[in-house]
Write a protein that binds this ligand. Structure first.
Ligand code: FPP
Length: 217
């Protein structure tokens, strides 16, 4: 039973920064380093797609300094990424600063023909909003069956979601990939996101192997 698609809720960057006497902005920069390690190991283990929750629609309520810090980390990543993953985004980009929205478009275009794993970044994303958006399109097209509905979700070009991993000790989905989560195996780690290592990916994939998936049958 191979894992094709993993979702990560990268929680605990702020707490990690505080524990290390660093700013929250630095916490996100270290969070990105952890993401690079995790994604690389996932690809080595044959995973086809990794989705990460980088900014939720609710995160916009946070202090502007913190929002700017996340935006800067993400923009820099977009403008400098030269690896082999196919980078794609899901979420609402219409309200983002122009330069950030442009950087998203640019990295998606630059990596569109890459043959490596897909790294799908949920940004200014909310699971309910994504479902509602798909429902509106499906309604307009008069096509309310599962297959056609799913093609309007942000994750439509990705394989089914096999597992969701949340770091940072909380045990909830916080509006992340709610539709896709239907039969995903859930894993919750106490570890804070910037502490994630390649070996954690190996342990998670091993733990997944031990689960029995029944898909309701
Ligand atoms: C939740 O942790 C995480 C976020 C709000 C954003 C995480 C974003 C990154 C790690 C940057 C990723 C970069 C790219 C390019 C995808 P938190 O800070 O709310 O943690 P806390 O609960 O400890 O405060």
């Amino acid at each position: 039973m191979s894992v094709k698609h993993i979702g990560f809720i990268m929680d605990g960057n702020g707490r990690w920064a505080q524990a290390h006497g660093l700013s929250r902005a630095e916490g996100y920069a270290y969070g990105l380093m952890a993401l690079r390690k995790v994604a690389k190991r996932c690809e080595e283990r044959g995973v086809e797609a990794v989705s990460v929750y980088a900014f939720s629609t609710e995160n916009i309520e946070r202090p502007s300094e913190e929002i700017n810090a996340i935006f800067e980390v993400v923009k820099k990543f977009n403008l400098t990424y030269d690896g082999k993953f196919k980078i794609c985004y899901m979420g609402d980009f219409s309200t983002l600063p122009d330069k950030l929205a442009d950087s998203i478009e640019s990295v998606e275009e630059r990596t569109a023909d890459n043959e490596g794993m897909t790294l799908n970044i949920a940004f200014n994303y909310g699971g309910r909003a994504d479902i509602l958006h798909a429902a509106k399109i499906a309604y307009d097209h008069g096509e309310f069956v599962e297959d056609t509905f799913e093609k309007h979700l942000g994750s439509s070009r990705l394989p089914d979601l096999d597992m969701i991993v949340r770091t940072g000790g909380e045990m909830r989905l916080s509006n992340f990939m709610l539709y896709e989560a239907a039969y995903a195996e859930l894993f919750f780690l106490e570890k804070l996101w910037p502490d994630m290592q390649e070996s954690d990916v190996d342990e998670l994939l091993d733990a997944f192997e031990k689960r029995t998936r029944k898909f309701g049958k």
